[in-house]
Design a protein around this ligand. Structure first.
Ligand code: HEC
Ligand code: HEC
Length: 339
């Protein structure tokens, strides 16, 4: 009888702690509506057109390369090689995911572009993948002519815009499409919206570690999992560049040497590579890097990076949490039929 009573008490205690967990207000973690520039409101026609353009190799010099060729759905919207290969050969940086990039207040690892529209490189005066010689190497005027010569594209542009095929509208359609690549259906988002079963116990423990002992939250802040700022976290320099000074090249501020934009971690468990130069290829390596305190010999490393003393179970719990950030829909985006 005594034992039964004890058992009941334990059940009650477990129940009580469960309700406290459920009662925790997680609304800070809900992904907000995507910011949209006033001059580029979305429409179904525009998004469908952007989806096609993002998968169309005719936006590149020799019809050889599309946005999605480097930002692969199957690898979480990021590159499938450690550094991207463009028209000019191997670039110095890994292609980061374009999933959730719509929330970023600046684009690229060093933040040198201000918006998704600018980032495409289709706008006059802006260098980006479509125009960059090392990437798709496009002559944007020639790309416009090429698309104009395709009747179905003409029709699709007229449906989406008043003024048909222009460089601005190429940029706008692709950006409108990118604004749909949001990890709303990740288990973690379902969890913060009230589905307490969406996370495994391991992922819940990982979420606790993420917010406390593992210090991840210092930079991967709620709700976007990025502070939209730049930090040097002591990533080893690999690839064709001798040194990548990162944000420093934009600001010329010594504190920015080797600092890169904090990436949003959504869908990162599907990445084939990690970090600005693709230095790591598994999440285990990423966590091990943080656990050892990054690179203590790196004079410019952020003071927030320090040894974490996570044991093996804690590391695997943290990885379970990272996996809960994956929206499977984003990893299964198809190549649309092209005109
Ligand atoms: C040759 C491979 C390649 C192609 C093609 C390519 N990208 Fe990228 N993309 C990259 C690399 C590499 C970076 C990072 C470059 C840097 O930070 O300097 C990047 C960065 C980005 C970013 C910034 C993400 C962020 O969080 O800062 C976005 C968005 C993006 N690309 C979208 C596109 C779009 C849209 C296209 C097609 C118009 C495209 N990319 C074509 C390799 C590519
Ligand atoms: C001091 C700020 C800071 C802290 C603390 C921090 N990160 Fe990061 N994280 C960054 C920055 C900046 C990058 C990109 C660095 C680079 O490419 O050189 C990054 C990259 C990553 C990446 C690779 C994503 C990609 O797109 O390549 C993962 C995964 C990651 N962090 C997870 C974590 C986890 C898990 C923790 C806690 C253990 C953590 N981070 C703690 C700032 C931070």
């Amino acid at each position: 009888m005594k034992r039964l009573l004890l058992f009941c008490c334990m059940l009650f205690a477990a129940g009580a702690s469960l309700t406290t967990a459920q009662a925790e207000d997680l609304s800070d973690w809900k992904l907000p509506p995507v910011p949209v520039p006033a001059d580029n409101p979305p429409s179904k026609a525009k998004i469908a057109l952007g989806h096609q353009l993002a998968f169309d190799t005719r936006l590149s010099k020799n019809n050889s390369m599309s946005c999605a060729g480097c930002h692969r759905p199957t690898t979480g919207g990021g590159g499938h090689t450690a550094r991207a290969f463009g028209h000019g050969g191997e670039l110095g940086r890994w292609a980061p995911s374009w999933d959730n990039a719509a929330y970023s207040t600046s684009m690229f690892w060093d933040g040198r572009a201000a918006s998704l529209e600018e980032q495409t490189g289709a706008l006059p005066g802006h260098m980006g993948p479509i125009s960059a010689p090392g990437e798709m190497a496009g002559d944007v005027k020639a790309v416009v002519q090429r698309l104009k010569a395709i009747p179905a594209y003409n029709k699709a542009f007229s449906k989406a815009f008043k003024d048909g095929v222009t460089r601005q509208n190429i940029a706008k359609a692709i950006a409108a499409y990118e604004r749909t690549l949001i990890a709303r259906h990740s288990p973690f988002q379902r969890y913060v919206h009230g589905d307490s079963k969406a996370l495994s116990p391991a992922a819940k423990r990982g979420f606790e570690l993420f917010r406390n002992k593992a210090l991840c939250i210092e930079c991967h802040t709620a709700p976007l999992l990025t502070d939209n700022a730049f930090h040097n976290i002591g990533v080893p320099q690999v690839g064709p560049l001798k040194e990548d000074k990162g944000r420093y090249v934009v600001t010329k501020d010594k504190d920015d040497i080797g600092a890169f934009k904090t990436p949003s971690l959504y869908n990162s468990a599907s990445f084939a590579f990690f970090m600005h130069d693709g230095a790591f290829s598994t999440m285990q390596q990423v966590i091990a890097h943080y656990n050892r305190g990054g690179d203590p010999n790196n004079a410019h490393q952020d003071g927030l990076i320090e040894p974490l003393h996570l044991n093996a179970k804690e590391q695997s719990d943290l990885i379970a949490f990272m996996q809960s950030l994956t929206d499977p829909n984003l990893n299964h985006i198809h190549r649309p039929a092209l005109p």
